[in-house]
Design a protein around this ligand. Structure first.
Ligand code: NAD
Length: 339
């Protein structure tokens, strides 16, 4: 593996995870960027990175020896940082979601193609071995057909308030559910056909997010039907009352022959139920961000043909999120081809 130099933009939660991942695979971070100087200092001190910037445009312009830009800032900055990084001909690993709109996504696509750089989007949750295990078991016919994948995610109002801004990360339907959409598509090995959703803003009168003139939908049930006849459905809320420690319902993959559920909420494998029989399948714990970083470097080095997740996949997942929001708004099922 060739050595690269990373310019890491954003030193919050994802920036911290990515810094750990780059260290795990032995790729040096050349400089850090954050508007928050405390975060800049904390991450810089942890990994002994002396070059620190508070402006990404200056960092991109000055860091001639960095060939990779790693984008870990809120969604509103994914397009402008990508455009600057493309202009400087740097490869890009960008956190999901790709963009706020399909127009933004298309601008990113054009810039990436014009610059001839390599781009990947951060859907690291699709990389642990259990995802591929479920996909293989489904494709081998061990679950039967059709399948229902049910998922559930519950949280209070997010401490990162930009998550609730309709013009920021646009709530869980955009910020979170794309992980599930990609999981379903991978396991079913089929393309989505239509999306039906209901939702509302549970936290509409919470003072923590009163500053946003338009708040994002924070509570929804989203169902997608796939060309294979399989169905994925997720219930999500980021509007629970503070301190509410509700247990999430575990994911379930339900087929006519077999059902699978995670063995525990902490991970630790999946239990497969086949009639009265139960089998447990354990998986080694992995650092999914490190798997992603490694796959991205292999892609940049030309050792693998495709990125861990491509810009096109990011656009497709965004399109599904936006279709779900349209379905919530209109009360109609939205065909993916028309979304
Ligand atoms: N892949 C995943 O599982 C996953 C999980 C969480 C978040 N994310 C995504 O990662 C991105 C970052 O989210 P996060 O959870 O790390 O948020 P965060 O708030 O923890 O970190 C974002 C950082 O960006 C900095 N920042 C904001 N504007 C900036 C600017 N203009 N220039 C430089 N720095 C700026 C903030 O000060 C903050 O430190 C979002 O797009 C989010 O959707 C992905």
């Amino acid at each position: 593996m060739a050595e690269h130099k990373i310019l890491l933009i954003g030193c919050g939660d994802m920036g911290t995870q990515h810094a750990k991942a780059w260290a795990a695979i032995g790729q040096p971070i050349g400089a850090l960027v954050d508007i928050d100087e405390e975060r800049l200092q904390r991450l810089g001190d942890t990994y002994a990175i002396d070059r620190r910037f508070t402006r990404y445009d200056e960092a991109i312009a000055e860091m001639h020896d960095a060939d990779i830009v790693d984008i870990c800032v809120p969604l509103a900055f994914h397009l402008p940082v990508t455009l600057q990084a493309c202009a400087a001909k740097k490869h890009i690993l960008c956190e999901k979601p790709l963009a706020r709109s399909l127009d933004e996504a298309d601008s990113m696509d054009q810039a990436v193609k014009a610059a001839g750089i390599k781009f990947a989007i951060g859907f690291q949750r699709n990389l642990p071995p259990w995802v591929n295990f479920l996909r293989r078991e489904v494709q081998a016919g061990h679950f039967g057909h059709p399948l229902l994948f049910t998922c559930d995610s519950m949280a209070e109002v997010r401490p990162k308030r930009f998550m609730h801004d309709r013009h920021g990360n646009n709530g869980p339907v955009v910020d979170l559910l794309e992980h599930y959409f990609l999981l379903w598509e991978t396991v079913f090995d089929a393309k989505p056909v239509d999306v039906g959703a209901f939702g509302f803003i549970a936290a509409h009168d919470r003072p923590e997010i009163a500053q946003f003139p338009e708040k994002a939908i924070d509570t929804a049930v989203v169902t997608i039907r796939y060309a294979s006849g399989d169905v994925g459905t997720v219930t999500v809320s980021w509007g629970l009352a503070a301190g509410c420690r509700i247990s999430e319902t575990p994911d379930r993959l339900i087929g006519p022959k077999r059902v699978a559920m995670p063995a525990s909420s902490e991970g630790g494998g999946w239990t497969l139920y086949e009639g009265p029989r139960e089998a447990h399948r354990a998986f080694p714990s992995v650092n999914a961000h490190a798997l992603q970083a490694q796959a991205f470097i292999e892609y940049v080095d030309g050792e693998r043909e495709n990125p861990p997740s491509s810009l096109a996949v990011g656009r497709e997942m965004l399109q599904l999120s936006l279709a779900a929001l349209t379905s919530i708004e209109t009360g109609h099922v939205v065909s993916v081809s028309e979304a």
